[in-house]
Every structure is written in C-alpha cells, then in structure tokens.
Write a protein that binds this ligand. Structure first.
Ligand SMILES: C[S@@+](CC[C@H](N)C(=O)[O-])C[C@H]1O[C@@H](n2cnc3c(N)ncnc32)[C@H](O)[C@@H]1O
Length: 285
C-alpha cells in the first residue's frame, strides 16, 4: 500500500472519519443521557440540546429514539454532514451554527449534554462561564446538563498517548491522540490528533493540533460557583454506570457532571437530597 503525505487539517472538517472513530461510544452515551434524565428530572424529558454537536452521532441517535433535538456547533462541514445524515434517515432536528459560549434558544429544553471534552475547547474562564450561563438560560427549571470532560489530577502525569482503531465496511480509521505540551500555570495543553484512514488500497493521513483548557476538580468547582443557577447533583465517570454515582475528588480524571438548573423556589429538588454527598468537601485545594 502506497504511503500517503500527511495533511495538516482540522479533523473536525472530516466528520465522516471523526464520527467513525467514536461510533462505539454512541450507544452507551445515549443510554446514559436517557438514564440520567430519568434519574434526575422530575418530568418526562422530550427536548434535548447538544452544544458542540459536531457530526451529530448523538443527535441522530437520540432523534431516532424519539427526542426533539437541538444541536449547535461552529464547524460548517460537521453541520452539513449532520443535516445530510438526518435527511437520509428521515429524522428531524434543529441544527444551527453558533458558538457554545454565545447562544440562546427560542424555547427551553428539558436537558442538555456535552461529552468528550468539547467543553475544554473554551480556552478562558470567561468563555467557560458564559457557556454555562447560556446552557442554564436554555434549560427549564429542574432540567439537567450532563457535562463530560477530563480533569487533570494535581499529581497526574501531563504526558498521555492513546491509540484506537474503528472499522465500518471497507473503511478503517486509526486515531492517535497525544498531549504535545501542557502548562498547569496557563491552564492549557496542546493535543495532537493523527488520523490514519485506510479505504481498500488507499491511505489517507491527517494531522491536527489544538489547545484545550485544563481543569482540576477544584478549578471546575470554582467555575461552577460563579453560575449559581446550576448545581451539581451527580458525578460519574466514562463507564457511564448510572447505578454507581461517585464522589468528586482530586483523583478523578474522566468525569461526567450532572448539573441541575434550580427551580423557581431557588433549589433543585435533587440537590437537596444528594448534592452535598457528591461534592467532596473543600479539603481538596
Ligand atoms: C470533540 S468534538 C465533539 C463532537 C460531538 N459532541 C461528539 O461527541 O461527537 C468537539 C466539537 O466542538 C466544536 N467546537 C469547538 N469549539 C466550539 C465553540 N466555541 N462553539 C461551538 N462548537 C465548538 C468542534 O467544532 C467539534 O465539533
């Protein structure tokens, strides 16, 4: 097989390959979104929002399960791919181009979710806070935001390389993800994504590099305290086991937060019962 030149391009501009790389995660993630809504919302959840929906693997999956979906992203090729995918499957969703730190919806949703580090694309505290404010404004009272991203424990190694392969038909995608540099002081790491695509006897190589914001548990807790309309009511990890909520501590890495919008009475129904248990005391700096 002939070797291919490496193209320096955004991997989000190649939604077909991006999507294939994460296809095994879609079912378990969608199941978790449904389970979390059942557990934490006191009303039937019908309307869902995904900020940074990308190629829309979850938007399409949840639309197929009967939810009314809204998705937004800044990447045009990904949204085009998603619109085509919805049309091909006879599904409907409201999809639009927007910055996840600056959007508003005409009508509130019951719940929202954003997994796999999309949130860490927001590189400043202000953008992250604005994002949480936009989500809070989009949720109905008592609705939840399921937010998944990697935390960096204070004593964890900043180096990291992951590689995995997925196949669909005659296409095989191998992703290598490597942290190139990391600064706890600036709260930034640079990630390199290398994509190797094999299609029959053809090879394609892509490389993309971009920064992500770093969070320890304490840094996220501080951010959350600036958005009082959202309260933490559950913590999980990327095993997505709804039966086993965890306690947030400084050792956690792959973390899924369940944030609930306060009701008009000023408290979330779930928070009163369980939040203080899930939110470890401030003994962690
Ligand atoms: C890791 S992908 C996740 C895509 C999708 N949520 C999924 O799980 O398959 C991150 C997405 O965030 C989008 N993104 C990055 N910064 C954004 C911003 N400020 N506003 C909206 N979308 C953004 C990218 O275009 C990309 O589609």
């Amino acid at each position: 097989m002939a070797s291919a030149k490496v193209a320096q391009e955004s991997w989000y501009d190649h939604p077909r390959y991006y999507d294939l790389a994460f296809k095994s995660e879609t079912g378990p993630e969608a199941n978790f979104v449904e389970a979390a809504c059942r557990k934490y919302c006191s009303f039937p959840v019908r309307r869902l929002l995904e900020p940074a929906c990308g190629s829309g693997r979850l938007v399409a999956e949840l639309a197929a399960r009967g939810y009314r979906m809204t998705g937004l992203d800044l990447n045009q090729p990904a949204l085009k791919f998603l619109r085509r995918r919805l049309a091909r499957r006879g599904l409907r969703a409201d999809i639009f181009l927007a910055d996840m730190a600056d959007f508003c919806l005409a009508r509130p949703v019951d719940a929202a979710y954003c997994t796999f580090d999309s949130f860490r694309h927001l590189l400043s505290e202000q953008a992250a806070q604005q994002h949480l404010e936009c989500v809070a404004a989009s949720l109905r009272p008592g609705g939840v935001y399921i937010l998944g991203f990697h935390l960096l424990p204070p004593d964890a190694s900043e180096e990291c390389t992951e590689r995995w392969t997925e196949r669909l038909g005659c296409t095989q995608v191998t992703v290598t993800l490597r942290v190139l540099s990391s600064s706890r002081r600036r709260r930034l790491e640079t990630l390199r994504i290398s994509l190797l695509v094999r299609r029959r006897d053809r090879l394609k190589r892509l490389r993309d590099e971009f920064p992500l914001r770093l969070y320890t548990a304490a840094q996220f807790r501080r951010l959350l305290s600036k958005v009082p309309r959202l309260r933490l009511c559950g913590v999980y990890d990327f095993w997505y086991d709804i039966e086993h909520p965890l306690k947030l501590d400084n050792q956690m890495s792959d973390t899924v937060f369940i944030l609930q919008k306060l009701t008009a009475e000023g408290d979330s129904p779930i928070f009163a019962a369980s939040c203080r248990e899930n939110w470890d005391s401030p003994r962690h700096p």
